[in-house]
Design a protein around this ligand. Structure first.
Ligand SMILES: [Zn+2]
Length: 260
């Protein structure tokens, strides 16, 4: 048990309006101040070190760190409308994002009117927006699901039995070989399970946001493959783990559900 160290502390700060690249329009955002605070038995000691201000889109749930200097102020109560929030917190939003909002309007009306370079840039932007949260989640290792955890436990037990039987009864060659083979199989199963668990965890985490932001672009599989390949060469997990076919399937499945 860790009795001292630092812990993440979140404090609600207020609400601002901002452009959300997943929703592709101006949205209300809920802002929390994130700090790392020293603790003793999980009791915070002092104010700690501020990490930043994290804004969550109240529509799609995208979380991004923001620069509070971009806003006139933050309002404390939940906004009644986005227009009211823009006026109070970010009155220049439509001027700052003029070009992007015009581009989004063109995209809404006719996505294939945009040239291939612009389409690739907009597709790439979706992955660039989501990549930091993927890197953050996986920075401390792969999240372990129940299946992978079970495989790891079995591997440890079989390995222990292999070593113990091998040391105590070296003459029982058949039993030692059998346990050796079982150890190798359970190790391979653990590695495969961890790899698929990483992909599954990422897919579950990103699916709603990817589908929402990519749907208006109606991307072709080769466009997604080109962008994922770029991200892969940059050694980013989002490019290494996601497959274009899986994204295409998710988009198709969502559009099927949306049809009456
Ligand atoms: Zn959003």
């Amino acid at each position: 048990m860790i009795i001292w160290g630092t812990k993440r502390v979140e404090k609600k700060v207020g609400y601002v309006a901002d452009f959300c690249p997943i929703c592709r329009t101006a949205k209300s955002h809920h802002v929390r101040k994130i700090s790392m605070v020293p603790h003793f038995y999980y009791v915070g000691l002092g104010a700690g070190k501020m990490v930043g201000f994290l804004a969550r889109c109240m529509d799609c749930g995208l979380e991004r760190y923001i620069d509070t200097a971009d806003y006139v102020e933050m309002i404390k109560t939940e906004p009644v409308s986005i227009e009211e929030l823009i006026r109070a917190t970010y009155p220049s939003l439509r001027t700052v994002y003029k070009e992007r909002l015009e581009l989004e309007e063109t995209l809404r009306r006719s996505p294939f009117k945009l040239d291939s370079k612009m389409r690739r840039s907009l597709i790439r932007n979706v992955f660039d927006v989501l990549s930091p949260s993927v890197e953050e989640v996986f920075a401390n290792g792969t999240p372990i699901d129940a299946g992978s955890g079970l495989c790891m436990c079995v591997t440890v037990l079989v390995l222990f039995a292999f070593v113990a039987v091998g040391a105590a009864h070296p003459d029982q060659k058949l039993a030692v070989y059998a346990l050796g083979i079982l150890t190798a199989i359970s190790m391979v199963a653990t590695v495969v399970s961890l790899a698929t668990s990483t992909r599954g965890h990422m897919a579950k985490m990103l699916s709603p946001l990817l589908v929402r932001s990519l749907r208006p672009l109606r991307p072709k599989q080769e466009e997604l493959e080109a962008v994922l390949s770029q991200l892969k060469t940059m050694d980013l997990r989002i490019g290494k783990k996601l497959k274009a076919q899986w994204i295409m399937d998710s988009l198709e499945e969502t559009s099927r559900h949306k049809q009456p």
